[in-house]
Design a protein around this ligand. Sequence first.
Ligand SMILES: Cc1cc2nc3c(=O)[nH]c(=O)nc-3n(C[C@H](O)[C@H](O)[C@H](O)COP(=O)(O)OP(=O)(O)OC[C@H]3O[C@@H](n4cnc5c(N)ncnc54)[C@H](O)[C@@H]3O)c2cc1C
Ligand code: FES
Length: 484
Amino acid sequence: MGDLIENKNLVYVCNETDVETNGMLAIEDDQLRPIAVFNLAGVFYATSNICTHNIAILTDGTLEDSIIECPLHGGSFDIKTGEAASYPCEKPLKTYPVRVSDGKVYIDYDQISAESPEFECSVDKGVDNIGDRFLEGPQFPTITLSTGQAFQVNNNDETVLQSALRAGTAFPYDCSSGGCGNCLFKLEKGEVEDLFPEAPGISNYARKLGYRLACQSIPKVDCTIGVELDVKYTPPVVPQKHAARLKSLKVLTHDMYMITLYAESHVEFMPGQYALISLPNNNAFRAYSMSNISNSMGEWEFIIKRVEGGLVSNLIFELASKDTYNIKMDITVDGPYGNAYLQSNSKKNVLCIAGGAGLSPMISILRGASARPEFDDRQLLLYYGGRAERDLCVEDIVSEDSRLKGRVKVVSAVSESSTDVLNKISGEVRRGYIHEVVEKDLWEVLHEYEIYVCGPPKMVEAVQKTLVNKHKLPDKQIHFDAFY
Ligand SMILES: Cc1cc2nc3c(=O)[nH]c(=O)nc-3n(C[C@H](O)[C@H](O)[C@H](O)COP(=O)(O)OP(=O)(O)OC[C@H]3O[C@@H](n4cnc5c(N)ncnc54)[C@H](O)[C@@H]3O)c2cc1C
Ligand code: FES
């Protein structure tokens, strides 16, 4: 203990017995940054307790051997070295030297106090696309970034994210639904209404530090915010609100249907993007991906899955079932949004992997590719996964579309049916999870494909782990949308 006392850099954090063997402990001390202490078979390690990808507390996740998995997006780190071990974590985690003496665990205080914050919000200096795009009158709040650039909110029910994208700002985001956490910003000044206080995309800890989700925050007054803009999020088509009405509904499976909405304006979006739909007399909006492509007929087509107990997916179905194909334009379609769209500059073949209603944007991407001459010599593959045969409808959709029929190769797989049942189904149907089937068929040639993935978060995560972690495909080659 003598030399520890002399070394003023060391700070006591806990007793050895406070951390179970192969367990971890969060150190909460107002004087220190959040620290995690680990006991691996009697050897102690310490790291920052905040994920470098997004603000989440790592000790709320799981520890296996020396790998800690973040509870928010499933990325991981090696706690011995701090190295990021899996997607989407990239930046290393800070590690701190540990000393154990007389049953007490100490870490190097000097290293802690000298560190910069783990997660800083600043504006990327390479991005200067905001300018002075104030859209309408001055009656709604103004959002100013820490650099001084500003954009204006256009409506009193518009989120920070919607306003930013309408102003052409390269604001990071993905789901617009509170699930991915990519639209995190720091509220430095002002006040916002939080539409979704239980949103899984942000931890309580991040909220405590003043962070918010831009897709769930409605500015109440002028605000100053910190956010790291990134040019890759510049909207390819600026989103707008359209009044629409139901034009048709077609039942696809026991729980999926295709609807077409009609709006009185030209429809423009990138194949694979989504829109936010809200219904009359209801403030809730949900993201739905288009299954068609841009058109001048005013048609927005969607494949929607009825979620048991789900608010909007059931309301849309009920509205459509009750002879509401009328002239009232009372559905709002706000779009387009989303970053997982067809990459027309890529020279690679196209591989689409979908689960559930994730089929919708994949059909759009395949329709987009088959309509463009530059894709004429490329393979178009669609792998679709369901639980059982009653979930399958891809063959019908493809064969009813003259552009897709004979052009797109479809492979369907079901995870819960026996081989006997599968032998009775027409078309190519395999048994297993869709990421396993893709891996089995294509593992040697995966690098030849631009890959698009869409479906429930668990399915998207399984595909991500297979392609990025296991097969080391660059994440630029893969375009994901998880249906949170
Ligand atoms: C990018 C994207 C694209 C999507 N595309 C499609 C598609 O093409 N087809 C399809 O069927 N589904 C799609 N979804 C899923 C869809 O948005 C809905 O989550 C789904 O239809 C269930 O909605 P619900 O209202 O019926 O269920 P609910 O259970 O009422 O809500 C489900 C989801 O809504 C969000 N939510 C819940 N409460 C709140 C709240 N208070 N405030 C804000 N948000 C809340 C949460 O994300 C929750 O998981 C997509 C999702 C995303 C993120
Ligand atoms: S949580 Fe806001 S964009 Fe996903």
